[in-house]
Design a protein around this ligand. Structure first.
Ligand SMILES: Cc1ncc(COP(=O)(O)O)c(C=O)c1O
Ligand SMILES: N[C@@H](CCCC[NH3+])C(=O)O
Length: 442
C-alpha cells in the first residue's frame, strides 16, 4: 500500500480532528499507527474503537513540556482501561479518578496511588473507603459533610491530604450540560456563600486531614485560555485569604481540566502552550501578594485521549429521506452518545476503497430505535457510498467508550490499540453472552 506522506502533526499545530499518525492513502485506504484500518476491521470487526498510542503519548509530552513545573493529572473519565493507565503512567502523568471503579482500574494497572486524586460531588461510602484503603494522594472535598465522613475512615496516626473544590463562578464550556464552574451547579463549594470558607476551617481543625490546596473545574471543551486566567485569579485570591485568616500557606492549586480539542477541520483545540500563560500569571499574582508560588495541577481528559480515537463502523443501509439521505451504520448512540447529548459534531471519512463518484451530503445515523440517534449531520461522503462500506469517525477517543451503553442490548465495541505497525486488542467486544450473564431472572 502506498501511503501519502503527510507532515507529522503535533498538538500545537494540529487543527484537524484525526490522530497524529493517521495517513490517508491515494487508494482510499487509511492507516493509523502504521496499521491499515481495513486490517483492524478484518481482525476485530465493527464497530470498533481504535486508539493511537503515539497520539496519546505525544499529547502527554506536549503538556509536560509546555508546563514543566505543573502536575498533569489525566482525567480517567474521558477514556479508561489498563492500557491507557500504562501509557499515562509511563509518561509521568498523575491521575484524576472519580469513583472506586476508576480507581480500581488504575490500581490494577499498578498506577502509583500517591499520584492519584479522587473527585466526586457525591462520593459513596465505597468511593471514600477505596480512596483511604488504596492511600490515594489527595481527595477533593466537594461537600461539607464529606469532611467528617472521610476523616472517620482515616486510620489513627495517619493523615489524608485533601483539596477543597471551590466554585469560581465562571461559566465556560461548549454546552450547558458540561459547564461546572458556576454557582448554579451541583459541583464545588461557594466562596461568596461561605461554604468554601467553612470547609477550610473545618478541615484545618480535623487532625486526620491535611489541607494542601484548592481546586476548581470550569467545564469541558473550553477553547480559550481566558476563563482559566480568571479562575486562577479567583483562586490565588482565596489562597491569600486563607493565609490571612488562618496563617496557613497552601502549596497547591488545581485548575481542573476542560481543554478543547478539534472535532472538525474548522476547529482548533486549546493547546497546552496557551496554558503556560495561565501558569505565568499565577506566578506573577502570587509574587504580587507575597505568597509562595503554588504548584499547579491541570486535569486534561479529552485533550489527552480524544483526538487519539477513531471509531470504525460498517454501513448497513443507505436510505433517501424527504430532506436528506441517511447512511445508517452498525453502531450509534450506544457507542457515541455525544451528538445526541450535546449536539457534538464529527468528521467522517469512508475508508477501504477509492471512489470516483464525487461527493454528496449525508446524515450518518446509528441503528438504535430513536430519531436522535445521529453520529454526524451533513457530512460529505462519496456519492456511491453503499452497504458494506467502512466509515471512520474522528475524535472519538474521549467520552465515547466511557459513556457507552448497551441500549437495545447492543454489546459495547472493543478497543484496539495501534502502535508502530501493530494492532492489539486492549478491551474485548461485549457480546450477547456478557449481557445475558447479568440477567439472572426467571
Ligand atoms: C474535576 C474534573 N477534572 C477534569 C475533567 C476533565 O475534563 P476534560 O475531559 O474536558 O478535560 C473533568 C470533566 O469535565 C472534571 O470534572
Ligand atoms: N461527558 C462530557 C464531558 C463531561 C466532563 C466531565 N466533567 C462530554 O462528553 O463532553
Amino acid at each position: 500500500m502506498t501511503l501519502l506522506i503527510t507532515p507529522p502533526r503535533t498538538p500545537e499545530t494540529a487543527t484537524g480532528p484525526w490522530p497524529a499518525t493517521m495517513r490517508f492513502t491515494a487508494g482510499g485506504r487509511a492507516a493509523l499507527g502504521g496499521v491499515d484500518l481495513m486490517e483492524v476491521v478484518r481482525r476485530f470487526g465493527t464497530p470498533a474503537y481504535v486508539m493511537d498510542e503515539a497520539d496519546v503519548r505525544l499529547r502527554c509530552r506536549a503538556y509536560r513540556s509546555a508546563l514543566p513545573r505543573a502536575e498533569i493529572a489525566y482525567a480517567a473519565k474521558a477514556f479508561w482501561c489498563r492500557a491507557m493507565a500504562a501509557w499515562v503512567r509511563s509518561e509521568g502523568l498523575s491521575l484524576d479518578v472519580c469513583s472506586a471503579g476508576e480507581l480500581a482500574v488504575a490500581r490494577s494497572a499498578g498506577f502509583p496511588a500517591d499520584r492519584i486524586i479522587l473527585h466526586g460531588n457525591a462520593k459513596t461510602p465505597a468511593d471514600l473507603r477505596a480512596a483511604v484503603d488504596e492511600r490515594v494522594g489527595r481527595v477533593v472535598i466537594d461537600d461539607i459533610a464529606e469532611i467528617n465522613r472521610l476523616a472517620a475512615l482515616v486510620p489513627a496516626g495517619t493523615r489524608q491530604k485533601v483539596l477543597v473544590r471551590v466554585i469560581p463562578d465562571i461559566e465556560a464550556g461548549a454546552h450547558a450540560a458540561i459547564r461546572t464552574g458556576g454557582e448554579d451547579h451541583k459541583f464545588g463549594l461557594s466562596i461568596g456563600g461561605g461554604a468554601a470558607g467553612e470547609a477550610v476551617s473545618r478541615i484545618l481543625a480535623q487532625p486526620r486531614l491535611e489541607l494542601v490546596g484548592l481546586h476548581c473545574h470550569l467545564g469541558s471543551q473550553i477553547a480559550d485560555a481566558a476563563p482559566y486566567e480568571e479562575a486562577a485569579r479567583v483562586l490565588v485570591e482565596q489562597l491569600a485569604r486563607i493565609r490571612d485568616a488562618h496563617g496557613v500557606v497552601l502549596p497547591q492549586l488545581d485548575l481542573g481540566g476542560g481543554h478543547a480539542i478539534a472535532y472538525t477541520s474548522g476547529q482548533t483545540g486549546l493547546a497546552p502552550a496557551r496554558l503556560a500563560a495561565v501558569a505565568a500569571s499565577v506566578e506573577e499574582r502570587s509574587a504580587g501578594i507575597g505568597l509562595p508560588v503554588p504548584r499547579l495541577t491541570f486535569e486534561p481528559g479529552r485533550a489527552v485521549s480524544g483526538p487519539a480515537g477513531v471509531t470504525l463502523y460498517r454501513v448497513i443501509a443507505v436510505k433517501k429521506g424527504l430532506r436528506r439521505t441517511y447512511v445508517a451504520v452498525d453502531g450509534g448512540m450506544s457507542d457515541n452518545p455525544r451528538p445526541a447529548l450535546y449536539g457534538a459534531p464529527h468528521e467522517v471519512r469512508m475508508i477501504g476503497r477509492a471512489s470516483l463518484a464525487g461527493e454528496r451530503e449525508y446524515m450518518v445515523v446509528g441503528h438504535h430505535c430513536e430519531s436522535g440517534d445521529t453520529l454526524a449531520e451533513a457530512v460529505r461522503l462519496p456519492a456511491d457510498v453503499r452497504p458494506g462500506d467502512v466509515l471512520g469517525v474522528a475524535a472519538t477517543g474521549a467520552y465515547n467508550h466511557t459513556m457507552a451503553s448497551t441500549y437495545n442490548m447492543t454489546g459495547r465495541p472493543p478497543v484496539v490499540a495501534v502502535s508502530r505497525g501493530a494492532a492489539r486488542l486492549v478491551v474485548r467486544r461485549e457480546g450477547v453472552d456478557d449481557l445475558l450473564r447479568r440477567d439472572v431472572g426467571l
